[in-house]
Design a binder for this molecule. Structure first.
Ligand SMILES: C[S@@+](CC[C@H](N)C(=O)[O-])C[C@H]1O[C@@H](n2cnc3c(N)ncnc32)[C@H](O)[C@@H]1O
Length: 255
């Protein structure tokens, strides 16, 4: 692409406000919502992602591929493409995010990054294939079928899956399951959050009925759907408050 074309794409990107502070080739950064108030959540998650990638892949990404579920404008897809994954596929339900991510991809000349508009529940794992890394960040707490989304993540994963999500406080205890003779322990819990009035929002649920897991629920479900090892990842001390204070978590599942 010529320098003039790149400059035109950058000018288009700089004409709007973004969810992420994308570093454009000229050195300018895209302006973000709320004057940058949300930038730290992205920085902390990127740090945690890098720590997990370096620990697991030893910083070697050539010959590897990744899927970024609910990629939004593509921050994490961009990061993986720049770190050297051979192929990165970003998927999001919203057309406008796919268009924005495509603009960033083209402005940065990242030919190893492709994009797909789809509800994640509608993906066909047989045609998407299995990938070394699957990211599922900021998604499952916006869904009415979070277990289905996690099963989709598992189906597309052949090595490492990272899930980052808001969590709710968990309940523990015992349930008389039909009768006092069939007592079962709770394995975790879900909180219901109403986003039905916000489905137009760029970061929101598409259906409005949101089931938010407790961390115990998320870990237990990931173990049950076929990850052999599941761990909650450490958070940098100076990280985004929600991650530091256990309101959000990043969990790794190894196939
Ligand atoms: C809070 S944003 C998180 C974006 C990004 N993964 C991150 O962590 O920064 C939620 C994203 O999920 C997308 N989304 C919501 N429901 C979806 C669905 N059923 N299938 C695919 N994408 C969905 C939204 O369009 C939005 O981009």
């Amino acid at each position: 692409m010529s320098a003039t074309d790149t400059a035109a794409l950058e000018a288009k990107a700089l004409a709007k406000t973004w969810f992420y502070p994308f570093p454009l080739p000229s050195g300018v950064t895209t302006p973000t919502y709320d004057g940058g108030a949300l930038d730290l959540i992205h920085t902390t998650r990127t740090q945690m992602l890098d720590a997990a990638l370096d620990a697991h892949f030893g910083g070697e990404f050539g010959g590897r591929s990744a899927v970024d579920m609910a990629c939004h404008q593509g921050w994490f897809s961009m990061h993986l493409a720049r770190r050297g994954f051979d192929k990165v596929l970003g998927v999001d339900a919203r057309d406008e995010h796919v268009a924005d991510a495509s603009l960033i991809r083209d402005a940065m000349g990242l030919s190893n990054w492709s994009l797909l508009q789809s509800d994640i529940h509608d993906l066909d794992p047989a045609s998407i294939g299995q990938h070394d890394l699957v990211l599922c960040f900021g998604l499952i707490y916006h869904l009415e079928n979070p277990v289905g989304a996690l099963r989709m993540a598992r189906a597309m994963c052949k090595d490492l899956c990272l899930v980052e999500t808001q969590v709710v406080p968990g309940q523990t205890g015992w349930v008389d399951y039909g009768s006092y003779r069939f007592v079962r322990p709770l394995k975790g819990s879900f909180g219901i959050i109403d986003e039905t009035g916000e489905t137009h929002g760029p970061e929101a649920s598409t259906t409005g009925i949101c089931l938010v897991p407790s961390v115990e629920a998320l870990v237990w479900i990931m173990q049950r759907i076929g990850f052999s090892r599941v761990e909650v990842l450490p958070v940098p001390e100076d990280g985004y408050e929600q991650l530091v204070h256990h309101k959000r978590v990043m969990v790794a599942g190894w196939v």
